[in-house]
Design a protein around this ligand. Structure first.
Ligand code: NCD
Length: 330
């Protein structure tokens, strides 16, 4: 793997290897990984606001012993203000850093960056198109909710390490096969749902339910992908259409910054305690965050609400991406 740009090109073996590394990080003493990126400099280049993605990436770099050079607000504080092209900026920064983590409003920004970069490009969100490391941490969160993390690490530890074990444990334990998931909210302008659906296309028996305002349905290319990959899907009008034993309610916020003129009524899409109580005790509630008001705060204390743990899973999964692209000997 040279870059980490979208979820369409990743293979199931690569994804499961990333899960294994993230589990290993979580279950090891911090010292085991704390010098893996010694001497490496990573650039975080953010043209859009971010809290979780940027800080969890920067935390991941520091935990691996690397260092960060950053433009938090690249749209206004970098040379793009002076009309420098993204391509020129990347050519320059790739001479300063060993990898570039980029968030940008253009859908094709990461692939354009990768086409001119001499160092790995990691997409930290490109327009409404993709957010692959979010999908990785989302998928990791779902795998963990299925209770496999401990057994994976026990198996690998008893075999003396991760390397030789990946094939043996991969397909059985780290699976998202047969997942029933409902994506709720802004599925048109939000990048997290379509990125995760593309990742789920690696698995079989996936059932996708879609609960979005009419103006915010998934884009045609994602429907086409689900058709071509045999993912079963259903457009729903309310929570009542969903199976009670659904595995995941994946809530998202309305992307008001991308759909400024659209006024939508989202009351019926809100997850309240009463809504959650219609579902099984094993149904988890996820959200990439930030939330506005689409999940009531009284849901937070329910054990099925995993969105804060989900955000925390950004650190080991992003460490796994950095190690895969840059690390030696792990
Ligand atoms: C998401 C994003 O930026 O796409 N946030 C995140 O990275 N955790 C979701 C959002 O902003 O709504």
């Amino acid at each position: 793997m040279k870059h980490f740009i979208d979820t369409e090109n990743i293979t199931r073996a690569e994804l499961e290897r990333l899960f294994e590394i993230a589990f290993k990080i979580e279950n090891s003493k911090p010292e085991k990984f704390s010098n893996k990126l010694n001497g490496k400099v990573i650039s975080t280049l953010f043209f859009e606001p971010s809290t979780r993605t940027r800080l969890s990436f920067e935390s991941a770099v520091y935990k691996l012993g690397g260092r960060v050079i950053s433009t938090e607000n690249a749209g206004t504080s970098s040379s793009s203000q002076k009309c420098e092209t993204l391509e020129d900026a990347i050519k320059v920064i790739s001479g300063y850093a060993d990898a570039i983590i980029i968030r940008h409003p253009d859908n094709d920004s990461s692939s354009r960056a990768a086409s001119v970069s001499s160092v790995p490009i990691i997409n930290a969100g490109s327009g409404s198109y993709a957010h692959p490391t979010q999908s990785l941490l989302d998928a990791f969160t779902i795998v963990k909710s299925r209770g496999v993390g401990r057994s994976v690490v026990r198996n690998t530890a008893s075999a003396g390490g991760l390397k030789g074990q990946s094939k043996a444990i991969g397909s059985n334990n780290l699976t998202l096969d047969n997942l029933k998931i409902c994506f709720i909210g802004d599925l048109k302008y939000g990048r997290t749902a379509n990125s995760l659906i593309k990742l789920l296309a690696l698995y079989s028996g996936i059932e996708v339910y879609l609960l979005a305002p009419q103006q915010m349905c998934l884009t045609d290319d994602v429907y086409a992908l689900m058709d071509s990959k045999g993912i079963a899907y259903k457009n729903c009008k309310s929570f009542d259409c969903l199976p009670k034993d659904i595995d995941v309610l994946y809530q998202t916020r309305i992307q008001s910054e991308r759909a400024r003129d659209l006024k939508v009524d989202t009351k019926a899409l809100k997850i309240t305690k009463a809504v959650l109580d219609k579902f099984s005790q094993n149904t988890i509630v996820m959200h990439p965050l930030p939330r506005v008001d689409e999940i009531c705060t009284d849901v937070d204390t329910d054990k099925r609400a995993v969105y804060f743990q989900q955000a925390h899973n950004g650190v080991p999964t992003r460490m796994a991406v950095l190690l895969t692209l840059l690390g030696e000997n792990f």
